[in-house]
Design a protein around this ligand. Structure first.
Ligand code: I3S
Length: 128
């Protein structure tokens, strides 16, 4: 569809620092590796950029690229169930191909804003 469901400056454009870890890839559990990432939401695309000091194991050993991009279309996001993390205010993001990520910030309001922005993006692009 050529229509753009969101106008510039809408809540599906957002950026900031989040702690992120993959927990499932291709339906299989992977080891947690919490990493601070510069995170950019642009439409239905969510990009994580490795910050300074990011280790070689960022997003799993073989991932050598400085960025990791996911497409939110068809995904879902909500508060992570308690058994997924001992931290408070953790979001669980499920995307295509059986990939699940956890997103977390120490700051409650930051996580709340990301939940809203991610939900808005997912619902805006639901029918494409
Ligand atoms: O779900 P888990 O395995 O208890 O997650 C914790 C571990 O990944 C831990 O790493 P090591 O197992 O390498 O020590 C992390 O340091 C913790 O942050 C993880 O738990 P939380 O509850 O913080 O997501």
């Amino acid at each position: 569809s050529p229509t753009s469901p969101k106008s510039p400056g809408s809540s599906s454009e957002k950026c900031g620092v989040l702690n992120v870890t993959k927990i499932t890839e291709n339906g299989k559990r992977v080891r947690k590796n919490w990493t601070s990432s510069w995170t950019v939401l642009d439409g239905s695309t969510l990009l994580f950029a490795k910050g300074q000091g990011g280790g070689s194991s960022w997003f799993g050993g073989s991932q050598s690229k400085p960025e990791f991009t996911v497409d939110l279309k068809g995904g879902s996001v909500d508060w992570a169930p308690k058994e997924k993390s001992s931290k408070k205010n953790v979001l669980e993001l499920k995307i295509r191909h059986g990939t699940e990520l956890l997103l977390w910030s120490e700051t409650d309001s930051v996580v709340n804003e990301w939940l809203k922005a991610l939900q808005d993006s997912i619902s805006a692009y639901a029918c494409e």
